[in-house]
Design a protein around this ligand. Structure first.
Ligand SMILES: CC(C)(COP(=O)(O)OP(=O)(O)OC[C@H]1O[C@@H](n2cnc3c(N)ncnc32)[C@H](O)[C@@H]1OP(=O)(O)O)[C@@H](O)C(=O)NCCC(=O)NCCS
Length: 172
């Protein structure tokens, strides 16, 4: 049976004012989690591009997209971001990050449930996501939350870097 999320967990919609907080959380989580999966250069490159103010503002402003912030005991401990990709009745879970010290306590599952609820309200019937092929712990977490591998892909993200990913999907 899935574990319950912490009793003091709060998940709230992110606004423009939360963008610096999201960028700070991402910086801390990426620099602890991704060494060994991505090179230091690729971590810097992806943080600079994916977490620039304008890149995050799109999630806050676009219809069918959003950012959610998880707080435990009032402290920001993770976030998720999603948008409508160019695929009918589909929401893409684009970012899901929890502080490493808080892993394994149901926060990721609660953020995924929040995104799935927002996707349903928006009329989506499927949630998709990309995850690095070497990110075994996160692949296991997605599987536990009902996601299955749909495809493998290598995406050129510029700067001489690629994302070597699985695409995972879940029917709502
Ligand atoms: C992926 C991530 C968001 C999961 O968040 P979390 O708060 O640790 O996850 P939860 O505690 O809610 O666990 C959700 C489910 O996944 C399972 N799970 C989590 N980590 C796991 C692991 N390393 N191995 C196996 N299963 C795991 C849990 O057992 C749980 O299933 P259950 O409720 O049936 O027991 C978190 O580990 C994370 O931020 N990872 C680093 C960043 C990252 O890689 N993000 C994804 C980018 S695509």
């Amino acid at each position: 049976m899935p574990r319950a999320s912490p009793a003091d967990l709060e998940i709230t919609p992110g606004t423009d004012a939360d963008i610096p907080l999201v960028a700070r959380l991402a910086d801390a989580i990426w620099r602890e989690h991704y060494p060994g999966i991505l090179s230091a250069g690729q971590i810097d490159y992806m943080l600079a591009h994916g977490y620039a103010h304008e890149a995050l503002a799109k999630f806050v402003r676009e219809p069918g997209a959003g950012i959610a912030i998880a707080r435990a005991g009032g402290e920001a401990v993770g976030f998720a971001a999603w948008y409508r990709p160019d695929e009918p009745e589909t929401t893409k879970l684009d970012k899901l990050y929890v502080l490493p010290a808080r892993h394994g306590r149901g926060i990721g599952r609660a953020l995924i449930a929040h995104v799935e609820a927002a996707a349903r309200v928006d009329g989506a019937r499927t949630v998709i996501l990309n995850v690095n092929k070497g990110n075994a712990a996160s692949i296991a977490a997605y599987r536990a939350c009902g996601y299955a591998t749909r495809a493998a892909c290598v995406v050129d993200i510029g700067g001489g870097y690629v994302m070597d990913d699985y695409v995972m999907a879940k029917a709502l």
